[in-house]
Design a protein around this ligand. Structure first.
Ligand SMILES: C[S@@+](CC[C@H](N)C(=O)[O-])C[C@H]1O[C@@H](n2cnc3c(N)ncnc32)[C@H](O)[C@@H]1O
Length: 431
């Protein structure tokens, strides 16, 4: 399958909301592409359009005065417009020809339409840019919603949480492309040895300055190497690694830990590396649990017990059994927009409220599973007060036997990683 065709067909399916998960949809199209280069361009096009959808649509609608109603054609145009605006290495004529050829397979009339729209965009780029700049003075947040391409509600929500200036810094950073971040498996290899291996294989990399067990691989597909198969590392963002990293002494002292929503396993592995005991890794999703099991085998951990379990359902067998409960809970995921830009367009205020309620329900169970004096780590990969500070406040209001030890928001623009939130809570009593 042609790369651009794959990109527009995927975006069309996303538009129709006829897909069960973005990861499996990406995988479906990945398999239809021939080589690594095509796959890389495919991801660039899909993520690029999702990152800048409002801006791209502004350009298209400027020249197609009545808009573009046919969603297939709209998505062919979006892919081509992304190329015209952001991919300087692809010549404009190649972009237009490719898009016209794909449209021609639908109808010759549509080929002429696509050709006219794209040539108009090329001719009027400056004029379109100037017209967008004029919106800036009249309605600043509408301008931001187009220029940085975020739904208006998300700009308002982050402004309410952190102020407009900070919200803009966050949103701007979340439009950047993330490097592949890996976490060294310290049970199998140390930093120097892995660094030497990466150099031998000519990978460009950087060691993270906040956690030297996190390496950013800047170029090349590291998953296709023996190093991955040998279990020398797993994929993890800096932010996610900080739950255990910032609290290593607590984890070293713990004998029994439960991770309530563990798949694909990042924090479970962090914990299994340092703990002198075992971790019970639970998740409700069987497919994700299988990925977790495969990873455990590859990484060679012998202190993780995997259990299928719904964290919303109270489990009497877990009551007062654990020194630490990790509750890395389902959330809107706004902090992970760099890697999953579709999150911009498939979440609403209602989702924030629903997830906040779900988090409270799971934390209510988590509270019972801790021994007296035990620690509860609540974390999310989202930003905004409702699912973070407000969830914690509501929890503390209901559970008077808990106190807040510390609370951190990992701002992506400051740490150059995903946006994240970590709260550490202690259950009263002696351990
Ligand atoms: C944020 S991810 C967890 C990431 C994981 N802790 C890590 O560090 O790799 C949330 C996980 O919660 C799981 N999940 C969602 N609802 C759940 C429930 N009711 N009970 C248990 N797991 C659930 C999802 O399947 C997903 O794997």
């Amino acid at each position: 399958m042609n790369t651009r065709e794959a990109a527009f067909l995927l975006l069309f399916e996303v538009e129709k909301k006829k897909f069960s998960g973005m990861d499996s949809l990406m995988e479906k199209f990945h398999q239809k592409l021939e080589n690594e280069k095509d796959r890389a361009l495919f991801v660039e096009l899909v993520h690029g359009v999702l990152r800048y959808k409002n801006l791209i649509d502004y350009y298209i609608n400027f020249v197609a005065k009545k808009g573009v109603k046919d969603k297939k054609i709209l998505n062919i145009l979006r892919v081509a417009t992304y190329e015209l605006l952001f991919l300087e290495k692809i010549p404009e004529y190649a972009t237009v020809n490719e898009a016209c050829e794909i449209a021609n397979r639908i109808s010759p009339y549509l080929k002429a339409f696509v050709n006219a729209i794209l040539r108009n965009i090329i001719r009027n780029k400056n004029q379109i840019e100037e017209s967008l700049e004029r919106i800036k003075d009249v309605d600043y947040k509408s301008y931001i919603s187009i220029k940085l391409s975020y739904p208006r509600f998300l700009i308002d929500y982050l402004e309410e949480s952190y102020g407009l200036e900070k919200a803009l810094k966050i949103l701007e950073f979340l439009n950047t492309k993330p490097p592949q971040s890996i976490k060294i498996n310290t049970k199998k290899i140390d930093l120097n040895t892995l660094a030497q291996e990466l150099e031998k294989k000519q990978f460009k990399y950087e060691i993270n300055s906040h956690n030297n067990e996190i390496i950013h691989v800047l170029k090349g597909n590291i998953k296709e190497t023996e190093l991955y198969k040998e279990g020398y590392f797993y994929f993890q963002d800096l932010a996610s690694s900080l739950v255990v990293k910032l609290n290593q002494e607590d984890f070293k002292r713990a004998k029994k830990v439960i991770d309530l929503c563990a798949a694909p396993g990042g924090k479970t592995f962090n914990c299994a590396e340092v703990i002198d005991g075992f971790v019970v890794a639970c998740d409700v999703n069987e497919r994700k649990l299988n990925i977790l099991r495969e990873n455990i085998l590859r990484l060679g951990f012998d202190n993780i017990i995997v259990a299928k379990s719904d964290a919303e359902v109270f489990n009497p067998d877990f009551v007062e059994k654990f020194d630490i409960v990790i509750a890395d809970l389902p959330c809107t995921g706004f902090g992970a927009i760099r890697k999953k830009p579709d999150i911009k367009w498939n979440k609403s205020y209602q989702d924030i409220d629903n997830l906040h309620e779900l988090q409270i329900r799971i934390l209510d169970n988590a509270a019972s599973y801790l021994k007296r004096g035990g620690l509860l780590f609540y974390s999310t990969c989202t930003l905004g007060r409702k699912e973070n500070e407000e969830t914690v406040l509501k929890f503390l209001d209901k559970h008077k036997d808990f106190s807040l030890v510390s609370q951190t928001t990992i701002f992506p623009d400051e740490f150059k990683c995903d946006g994240f939130f970590i709260s550490k809570l202690r259950k009263e009593g002696e351990r």
